[in-house]
Design a binder for this molecule. Structure first.
Ligand SMILES: [Zn+2]
Length: 406
């Protein structure tokens, strides 16, 4: 294991110990631990001779100069924040691997032809304000009024939180104009099991799936569980069960569509009453927006006919729609080259999870590298990427930095 990789591994351990809780790992937007994590990483950036800065919202940046006339920077990085009871790799690995890739170049006497800006975003997970990419969105445009009005569990708005708890001393806005960047490249653990099944340490990412979130409500009639014969029932929960299985079948029939029902509420919720109503959530994702829209239409049609057959009324309530992001073909082709040179296999995967690259795609071409993680497990303290796979990921990124992007 090279000294650069050793250092990266020990940094993952160090960053993994910076937490708001003594019992588990958690760092949320503007929390004390998130700001301590930001300062720790800024120190590592300075060790590399980078010029550093931070924004009031806790997002950090290190600037590494290029060796040519090219002034447009390539952005690298990921997020500093975590979910509650998180693993040590989600987010952290992308920032640490970016620094390690630069160090790898420096160690071998080289440097990138273009400036490289490494970013650590203060929020991607959206735990505190239930709205994602708070750290990366401001790079493209100031946060909109609706986001700034979002409140946390204590009723504090995002605008108030930044004003009162932000890191204002020495802060500068970190923002980029569209067209001013070579691109944004993020290395992240896969958070899935495909690389493990393929026996690959790392690969390039071709797209980030679009997501639709909905709520579906079915209403029938509450009745006595003992006196109502089966043919006379209008059981909302049985209808919901059939709808949920229909959603599962649709996804199984049309990969790479994925559909999840993660929550259901039943009324009146008594063991001796026929359920009157059932309300459930749908999370539906596909890397192709037209296919996602088509799946939504088909699913609504299937669920409506299930409801009609059972004498239930159905309400279909869209909550949120996010389009897929297609990774830039030119950047991705170079990332595929770099990954192939390290792993021997040319594989591009679509990401089912959202990433900061989604926010950055508003202003520049984006690309991503996935690193295998054990069992696909993420958002869990047992999240793990092996030292060999991390070394491979750093290798891919270092290779990529040598490509003629400009
Ligand atoms: Zn992440």
């Amino acid at each position: 294991m090279s000294p650069v990789v050793q250092k990266a591994l020990s940094r993952i351990e160090s960053l993994g110990r910076v937490s708001d809780s003594p019992s588990h790992l958690v760092r949320t937007f503007l929390s004390s631990a998130n700001l301590r994590a930001a300062r720790l990483v800024l120190g590592w950036m300075e060790e590399l001779g980078m010029e550093t800065s931070h924004a009031a919202d806790g997002t950090i940046r290190g600037v590494f100069p290029g060796t040519t006339e090219e002034t447009r920077p390539l952005l690298l990085g990921s997020h500093l924040d975590t979910v509650i009871d998180a693993g040590r790799y989600d987010g952290a690995l992308g920032i640490i691997a970016a620094l390690a890739a630069l160090e790898t170049m420096v160690e071998s006497g080289g440097a990138p032809a273009f400036p490289v800006h490494v970013l650590g975003f203060s929020d991607e997970e959206g735990i505190r304000f239930q709205t994602t990419y708070l750290g990366s969105r401001p790079l493209a445009a100031p946060l909109d009024a609706a986001s700034l009005a979002a409140t946390d569990a204590d009723g504090i708005t995002l605008a108030e939180a930044i004003a009162r708890e932000g890191w204002h001393e020495g802060a500068v806005p970190i923002r980029y104009e569209p067209g001013s960047l070579l691109g944004y490249v993020e290395l992240h653990i896969e958070q899935g099991r495909v690389l493990e099944e393929e026996g690959l340490a790392a690969c390039a990412v071709t797209a980030i799936a679009g997501q639709s979130r909905l709520r579906v409500s079915l209403t029938g009639r509450a009745d006595h569980a003992g006196t109502t014969p089966m043919p006379l029932r209008r059981d909302a929960l049985c209808g919901a069960a059939e709808c949920i299985l229909a959603a599962e079948s649709l996804a199984r029939e049309t990969p790479p569509l994925v559909v999840t029902v993660g929550r259901i509420e039943v009324h009146p919720g008594a063991s001796n009453s026929v359920p009157q109503s059932a309300l459930f959530t749908i999370d539906l994702r596909h890397p192709d927006d037209a296919a996602r829209t088509d799946a939504l239409t088909r699913l609504e049609h299937r669920m409506r006919s299930i409801a009609t057959n059972r004498g239930l009324s159905l309400q279909w309530m869209p909550v949120q729609d996010g389009n897929a992001v297609v990774c830039d073909p030119a950047l991705t082709s170079r990332l595929l080259d770099a990954a192939e040179s390290v792993t021997g296999t040319r594989l591009g995967l679509a990401s089912g999870a959202g990433h900061d690259a989604v926010a950055l795609s508003a202003i520049c071409p984006v690309g991503m590298i996935f690193v295998r993680c054990r069992g696909g497990l993420s958002h869990h303290p047992d999240e793990h990427a092996s030292p060999e796979d991390i070394a491979a990921g750093i290798g891919v990124l270092a290779r990529f930095l040598q490509s003629p992007l400009c």
